[in-house]
Write a protein that binds this ligand. Structure first.
Ligand code: PLP
Length: 467
């Protein structure tokens, strides 16, 4: 007798009581699809000589199939990489104030482009315009999808078919394929490189200016630093030269922190206010780097230039939605209270966490880690680490931190990859843990593990031990 004929039909499996809870939570269509897939796979396996699976086994496979298919792809993880503003992990986590604002905007109609006072049409940029001007000293502001879009829109508006003069030392690539020369050409502007990689002088800019020049531009070198025999032209001198020739001077700041981070014990990073004071006519920066907000590109500067940028039809294609504006407004409002910013803004709070506090957390969690690792041929210790800020900010500065180093006993280095994969591979509702393997050790930097998430972290470790 053909063993395949002994497999139950789709209808019979679907009628089994064991599948009812799955159908009621995910719907009949999804469970039917998973049942067909489980039966097809079983048919193939049996043809290859596998034993005939029982009905309980098939139902378990249907359940696993449904769970895997329905699990959200955008899963929360523990960022224990040691890079605080990790681009691949979504950069800055939002503060609670922004989360609340975002939920409110998601749930309700809101005055996005509606002027409640007059009952007439409003401008979505007005939601954050006043805050941005107040915090940067600029005359006007506009918001787009990210800083790459801000730079693109700026160039496309002010320099189509015209020349933009940039120092060779600033023709950078940011991770994820943002290259200044490429953005420039796609925006329709002609790049004019001046100076050399390590040294550029004011006369290099002055000699390059001609009737086809649209602007002088400075790009913050973000993710790399050059040391030694170097020279860059101070911003105020570039601004004076540009204005003397009737040209705008623009700065792509990359990571825009709205306050002097040195006041919070962190390395200084240039601010949009400093750029405006130095004479920049337009400044662009990201919303989700050091600023600590949602993904957005912020453009601030002179009123007539911002007005021109807002009239570019591409602004419509690059604009942000109400969720972004809600979160951005809430984050910007936190900057009005600098005394408590470091307590309320998640990114700054994480960047400032003292090493001793992180080490104490490590001591608290070590027993659970050791128990999760069980009999595996590894050691786990608390060690001092250096966190990075990330997202191209302050590339040479490192923050003293603490965490775990898991090392193989003897030469069994494959075990580290297995543990790393297991920490990543936990199934929902457990949250994957993302660490890094470096110098023969699996490192888990605890800087970004908030106290409120410790229990979830312990759950993941317990899940690991069970698996
Ligand atoms: C990060 C960065 C960008 C790109 O910003 P996104 O917000 O990621 O689009 C552009 N320029 C500089 C200098 C940067 O550091």
């Amino acid at each position: 007798m053909n063993p395949l004929s002994q497999l139950p039909s789709v209808d019979r499996l679907l009628a089994s009581a064991a599948l009812l809870p799955l159908i009621s939570s995910h719907g009949r269509a999804v469970v039917t699809e998973a049942t067909r897939a489980a039966l097809a796979a079983a048919r193939e396996a049996v043809k290859q000589g596998a034993p005939l699976p029982g009905e309980a086994m098939l139902i378990a496979r249907v359940g696993a199939g449904v769970t895997a298919k329905m699990a959200p792809r955008l899963r929360p993880v523990f960022n224990l990489t040691g890079t605080v503003l990790h681009t691949n992990l979504g950069r800055a986590p939002l503060p609670e104030e922004a989360v609340q604002a975002l939920v409110m905007a998601a749930r309700n109609p809101c005055a996005l482009e509606y002027d409640i006072d007059s009952g007439g049409r409003g401008d979505r940029d007005d939601i954050v315009n006043e805050l941005l001007c107040e915090l940067t000293g600029a005359e006007a502001a506009t918001v787009v999808n990210n800083n790459a879009a801000a730079v693109f829109l700026l160039l496309n508006t002010l320099a189509p078919k015209k020349q933009v003069i940039v120092s060779r030392g600033e023709l950078i690539e940011i991770g994820g394929a943002f290259r200044v020369p490429d953005i420039m050409s796609r925006a329709g502007a002609r790049l004019v490189e001046v100076g050399t990689t390590n040294r550029t002088h004011l006369r290099d800019f002055a000699e390059a200016i001609n009737p086809r020049t649209a602007m002088l531009m400075k790009v913050h070198a973000s993710n790399y630093a050059i040391h030694g025999f170097t020279h860059a032209v101070p911003e105020a001198e570039l601004a004076a030269l540009a204005h003397d020739r009737g040209l705008p001077f623009v700065i792509d700041l990359g990571s825009g922190t709205l306050t002097d981070l040195a006041a919070y014990g962190l390395p200084h990073e240039p601010t949009p206010r400093e750029a405006i004071v130095a004479g920049a006519d337009l400044v662009t920066f990201s919303g989700d780097k050091l600023l600590g907000g949602p993904q957005a590109g912020l453009l601030v500067g002179r009123k007539e230039l911002i007005a021109k940028i807002k009239k570019n039809p591409l602004k419509r294609a690059l604009r942000v939605g109400k969720l972004t504006l809600a979160a951005l407004e809430a984050v910007l409002a936190l900057y009005r209270d600098p005394e408590r910013l470091h307590l309320r803004l998640t990114a700054v709070r994480q960047l400032r966490r003292p090493e001793a506090e992180i080490a104490a957390q490590a001591a608290r969690l070590l027993p659970a880690l050791l128990s999760a690792l069980g009999e595996l041929p590894v050691t786990a210790q608390i060690i001092a680490l250096k966190s990075q800020i990330g997202s191209g900010s302050l590339p040479v500065d490192r923050l003293p931190s603490a965490g775990f180093a898991i090392r193989p006993v003897g030469k069994k280095s494959g075990v580290l990859n297995r543990i790393e994969a297991a920490l990543r591979g936990v199934t929902p509702p457990l949250r994957p843990v993302i660490g890094r393997i470096e110098d023969g050790a699996l490192l888990l930097d605890l800087r970004c593990l908030d106290a409120k998430d410790e229990q979830d972290f312990l759950d993941t470790l317990a899940g690991l031990r069970a698996g």
